[in-house]
Ligand binder design. Structure first.
Ligand code: NDP
Length: 273
């Protein structure tokens, strides 16, 4: 596929020649990020626990964009498998420039119903997974010696409780601080570490949890598209996975060369209320 001629401004946003890895990339926000990265010119390894979905998503994006998009199967909470997969991706592409720690789970449960298994699994996937994904990626970036971009998908719930997600809100608050700590430690290696904090985004995950989401504050709504639910969002609509992916392209591109340790809200204004 021939490269288009880019203006000077557009070259700041291109990812041509970069190798990226996205966890939880088979669907939802991770799939949208994978698609936009490939469209921007990157080769992308899409890591997910659901191998069949990962394969289907990778193939569809590769066909559409002409980029190398590889499906890789791993559970981000399983460290040997996570590390081996990230190493394999870097070997495959000969480098790793961009890593997005996106995989996360949000099993709704009132605080009194949270048992140790729910607590541990939420932390293991959402917080521990983000740390060890970043660590394995940073090792590859440091070996290559040309810096890199790490992006974590946090949540507005790191600062504003969701309701019936205390275990998740705490994990996402951890992700936000984790990014700041790693940003400070790895700045000298030319590695930036940032967070996107999405608000209410329409994904397979939120669709499956829609009733819990809209009733978290005791309301009797049944649908995320209910006007009463949308009225809580200043921009009056749910976000799309692509709203998040657009911000992700910016934060991993040269346009964001001097940004590190930052959290960018992509929430239609929810945190303003
Ligand atoms: P989805 O549930 O729609 O998709 C998540 C993907 O990640 C799935 O393919 C899932 O696979 C995969 N995954 C889950 N657990 C693991 C794991 N342990 N290892 C590898 N892959 C895994 O999620 P969303 O797109 O909605 O959310 C993505 C991220 O964005 C999460 O971190 C979430 O917390 C965050 N977020 C989402 C918001 C929203 O409104 N959607 C708002 C704020 C933050 P499988 O199908 O096998 O579970």
């Amino acid at each position: 596929m021939s490269e288009p001629t880019l203006s000077a401004l557009a070259t700041l946003f291109t990812l041509t020649g970069r190798a990226a890895l996205v966890t939880g990339g088979a669907r939802g926000i991770g799939a949208a990020i994978t698609a936009r990265f490939a469209e921007a010119g990157a080769d992308v390894a899409l890591l997910d626990s659901d191998g069949e979905a990962a394969q289907a998503t990778a193939q569809a994006i590769a066909t559409r964009t002409g980029r190398r998009v590889m499906a890789m199967v791993a559970d981000v909470a399983d460290l040997p498998s996570l590390r081996a997969t990230i190493e394999a991706a870097a070997t495959l592409y000969g480098r790793l420039d961009i890593c997005v720690a996106n995989a996360g789970i949000y099993p709704f449960a009132a605080a009194l119903a949270v048992d140790e298994a729910i607590w541990d699994r939420t932390q293991d996937v959402t917080l521990k997974g983000a740390f060890f994904t970043s660590q394995a990626a940073a090792r590859q970036m440091m070996t290559h010696g040309q810096g890199g971009r790490i992006l974590m998908i946090g949540s507005t719930s790191s600062t504003r409780p969701s309701g019936n997600l205390a275990h998740y809100d705490a994990a996402k608050a951890g992700v936000r601080m984790l990014a700041r700590s790693l940003a400070l430690e790895w700045a000298r290696y030319g590695i930036t570490v940032n967070v996107i904090a999405p608000g209410e985004i329409d994904t397979p995950g939120t669709r499956a949890n829609a009733v819990d989401i809209v009733q978290a504050d005791g309301a009797t709504l049944v649908d995320m598209h209910d006007p009463a639910f949308l009225a809580r969002i200043p921009m009056g609509r749910l976000g799309t996975a692509d709203d998040v992916a657009r911000a992700a392209v910016f934060l991993v591109s040269d346009a964001a060369s001097y940004i590190t340790g930052a959290t960018l809200s992509v929430d239609g204004g929810i945190l303003l209320t």
